[in-house]
Design a protein. Sequence first.
Length: 366
Amino acid sequence: MSTAVAPDDIVATHADAANNARPPLLVIEPLRAFLDEHGIGEGEIGARPIGEGHSNVTYLIERDSSPTHPQVVLRRPPRPPLPPSAHDVLREARLLRALADTPARVPRVLAVCEDSGVIGCPFYIMERIAGEVIVTSVPDALDSPAQRRRIGEELIEALAEIHAVDWRAAGLEGFGKPTGYLERQLRRFGGLWVLNRTREIPAVERVGAWLSENMPESGPASIVHGDYRLGNTIFAATAPARLEAVLDWEMATIGDPLADLGYLCMMWTEGGDPRGGMRDYLGGVTRGEGFPTRGELIDSYERRTGRSMKDLRWYTTLALWKSVVFMEGNYRRALAGATDDPYLKQFGDGVLELANQAEGVALGGD
């Protein structure tokens, strides 16, 4: 899936954007100089947006005559206004570099730019991983019940690998606080709701209160991806199904690993689930025959890690509640004209639906 390019998204020089109402997303000439300085490709630059485009902005960068890196990927924040501490691509790049020599499946970072003067904000360049992002369909070679089941197994295996990384040994001391993660999540997203909301939604307040009153005790801390779902991974396009890389680490921290599993289950659709909503939009493909159920994903994770699953409903509710807050922020940006993403512009009703779903899960639903 790729996003559309607006006329003011990509300019040749900063001077070309001087009369535009919005800052550009890419400025080609200074970007070319940066890539040349770091030995990343040669020749002219082509750029097009890739990915879902609902949060940080991702571009595929192509150069005409490059034997080493003909295609790389650039990650940058979206246009302002942005919530405090959100969309920190430098932090994301630090994590990816720390994970480079671990079993976690991540792209390799090639260069990091902290100078906002180059394209208007910090950004980083990473390798392009060949493969398929599975959002609305499964690649032909993997579109069988046996391979769909293997896709689910690969997702859980890769998640268990991430959670098993010795984050201190990887140099991530100080990346996040290993204790108090759940309390901080409730405080942070409660505060973000105050900043992000465009209207009053009482269900959001009620779910926040339920989460606070029923908060479980966390086990040992691990790296937490923060947005772990099928659409944030790349699979090889040929059988057998193989998860090549986990993408979109902007929400990552050190904390309670069950937050990732709860989020994965929140985004995982089964055949009997109601149609529509964000779960279907971002995960409806898993209705297909052969994909594991949410219960099977949970059982597989429990076998691989030995962690108790008794409080997983709380973590799934947390994932829903956070998604409400996060997507309301993106909807607010759409209303302000800071994004051209049509999905975000029509998400007003979706936020209400998601808030009601969160309340239903908190009260004992699925």
